[in-house]
Design a protein around this ligand. Sequence first.
Ligand SMILES: [Zn+2]
Length: 366
Amino acid sequence: MEFECLARDGDARLGRLRFARGSVETPAFMPVGTYGSVKGLDCADLLASGSQMILGNTLHLALRPGVEVISRFGGLHAFMGWSGPILTDSGGFQVMSLASLRTIDDDGVTFRAPVDGRLFRLTPERAIAIQEALGSDVLMVLDHCPPYPATAGEIEASIARSTLWAARSCGAHGEGSGALFGIVQGGVDIPSRLRSFEALKPMAFAGFAIGGLAVGEPARERLAVLDALKTVLPPDRPRYLMGVGKPADLVAAIMRGVDLFDCVLPTRNGRNAHLFTTRGILRLRNARYRSDENPIDADCPCLACRRLSRAYLHHLDRVGDPLALRLLSLHNLTYYQMLLGRVRQAIREGRLVSLAKDFEALEEST
Ligand SMILES: [Zn+2]
């Protein structure tokens, strides 16, 4: 993987990530393909939405269908029919969110799989081996994400363990495999964040992720962390904010130098008929759309907006047709990718501040 910064506007960066499987223009948003599919959407839909790169959940895929099945296909790309780059998480965050079912020690974590109750052991080395077998273009180190809110002791323990695991992940990472990213932890405590980054800095990471956010903290605390990290993260490497978030959160993070995002929000909200549009939020389940002949968003190029009315989509959702899940997810994902496209254009033209102001005004009005 190579990263090139093409333009700057304040702290925001317009960049290009080059992989053997193609280039990704940044800032970029990755839809989440938990089980090797972005729920309800096939790869042609993903391309049509403007998605350039997707995220796969290592732990979910290791449990179902299992690495041995995906390996038989030569990796996740061939298994799911996606030819663009794939980033996989390490499974750490998923394991930590199964708090009642796991035991954690300095060597790794053991947990009972929620699917079938079998015991599963994840170590830094195992997380890398699974991601290499999946054929990921970007691999993440196994980390220990503290809870929110966390005590100083919990944050300290999480940094110590994450640093140890990051070093072991580097040792396990094979030369021929994808790019490896380190993950900065430290909760919302700025000195802890800086200490976590300093510990990771000497390791050979191709990029840095900011983990442990989007776990319920107020936006101002999250932005303070980004403000502190933007001055120390190496400018020649990509920065990935994990699990964030709402459109306004993305814009605010981009203005603080973040290049990569992933979140389930556009597809999850799409399935609940909660739609993002260039005129604000539209809740399609509202009875007022029962006979509305307009498209969801006249400025959206997605299949649903080009061909269908709000009334028809409202009806599909009401009768529980799976087509509603697909079309509404596709619309929301297209909205996210359009927004990122507008942001990239604004950075290129040095007018991101003005785009962000218009965007804030829209958010407040809806
Ligand atoms: Zn649309």
